[in-house]
Design a binder for this molecule. Structure first.
Ligand code: PLP
Length: 395
């Protein structure tokens, strides 16, 4: 028999991808399925970005590039971080990767030793705990509740820190909840972190531009500048510029960490796609109005879907501040229908409503469903109508 590594044995395949595949299977069989399980904008990549990619091909930008990215893109990233986040970086502090996902993977590979702990607030993006395990680290999951808008408290953070803690993962606005820390809350978490200089902070800001809170978006180092020396900002063009397939993300952080991350990438994938890099320059350095336009559409959908979900029997859902997800507590509905859990509910809705969602268990928060609103309002309205019918125990 073939021997497989212990490392892969403890890792699960991505649950969000599994649900999308199940929905696609039913659709292929001719079922009318509305998918609210997607993790990408429904918009096409803006025209000026596509044009830049075509120009790059025609100009012959089709060869290997520097592992950490072409100088023009690194400069566009430096300018973006200064413009949007008030954070100053040099080229040696930037690494361009195949999506934000690879940037996070590189970071964990470069900084985590066996047994090191990484604090992961739940609900979490599905990949964090498994990426920590792939680095032989130990995810330490911090549970949150709807009462705190699924955000961790400074006390909770302080209590979870041990001698083995190496990193805190922050993702605000969050996938799956759409919730975000206020400036005050970031300051309070920062105070705890200031007492523990050996803890790195990974700030996954990938949903930065899909944002409608009253306060402006802020990365934690903007609020607590003393943390910048041990902060790694993760961001990319996937969500904000509707560029998921292009696979461009980046990390900005201490040069010593970035150098080791670059080494990991150099021995695994080398540079991200040269053509996509040229497109990302156009995205980050070009006209930003496309970002604002998409955000307006996401907000309109959020503002319709949130009260509609909250009004469903046995469901409670509070407004989010950004991203394109709502995370609703369906525990009442699960009980009324006599189902076991959120996994059972997601299957029930797929079967009886033809609506695909992602069960909260995948994000470390049972009893919930994540519903994505990266689709038109009409689709959302049809989906909610169908969910309402399928939640009726008499039906
Ligand atoms: N971080 C979070 C929180 C995400 O939701 C995602 C995508 O789903 C990523 C990172 C990865 O983004 P990318 O497509 O740039 O790899």
């Amino acid at each position: 028999t073939i021997q497989l590594s212990k490392r892969v044995a403890q890792v699960k395949p991505s649950a969000t991808i599994a649900m999308s595949m199940k929905a696609a299977e039913l659709r292929a069989k001719g079922r009318d399925i509305i998918s609210l399980s997607m993790g990408e904008p429904d918009f096409d990549t803006p025209e000026h970005i596509r044009a830049a990619a075509i120009e790059a091909i025609n100009e012959g930008q089709t060869r290997y590039t520097a592992v950490d990215g072409i100088p023009a893109l690194k400069q566009a990233i430096i300018d973006k971080l200064a413009r949007d986040n008030n954070l100053a970086y040099e080229a040696s502090q930037i690494l361009v990767s195949n999506g934000a996902k690879q940037a996070i993977y590189n970071l964990l590979q470069a900084t985590i030793d066996p047994g090191n702990e990484v604090i992961v607030p739940a609900p979490y993006w599905v990949s964090y705990p498994d990426m920590v395990r792939l680095a032989d680290g130990q995810p330490v999951i911090l549970k949150t509740t709807p009462d705190s808008n699924y955000l961790i408290s400074p006390t909770q953070l302080a209590a979870s820190i041990t001698d083995q803690t190496r990193m805190l993962m922050l993702n605000s606005p969050s996938n799956p909840t759409g919730q975000a820390y206020s400036l005050q809350q970031l300051a309070e978490l920062g105070e705890v972190l200031l007492e523990h200089p050996r803890i790195l902070i990974c700030s996954d800001d990938i949903y930065e531009h899909i944002w409608w809170a009253d306060e402006p978006f802020a990365s934690i180092a903007e609020v607590v500048p003393a943390l910048k020396d041990r902060l790694v900002v993760i961001n990319g063009v996937s969500k904000g510029y509707a560029m998921t397939g292009w696979r461009i993300g980046y990390a900005a952080g201490p040069a010593a960490v970035i150098k080791e991350m670059r080494k990991v990438q150099g021995q695994s994938t080398s540079n991200p796609c040269s053509i996509s890099q040229a497109a990302a320059v156009a995205a980050l350095a070009g006209d930003q109005s496309c970002v604002a336009e998409m955000c307006v559409a996401f907000r309109e959908r959020h503002d319709w879907l949130q009260p509609a979900l909250d009004a469903l029997p046995g469901v409670s859902c509070s407004p989010g501040k950004g991203a394109f997800y709502l995370f609703a507590d369906f525990s009442g509905a699960i009980r009324t229908l006599g189902l076991d859990d959120d996994l059972g509910l997601a299957e029930h809705l797929l079967e009886h409503a033809g609506v695909a969602s992602v069960p909260g268990t995948a994000f470390g928060a049972p009893g919930h469903l994540r519903l994505s609103f990266a689709c038109g309002l009409d689709t959302l309205k049809a989906a909610v109508e169908r969910i309402e019918k399928a939640l009726d125990p008499q039906a």
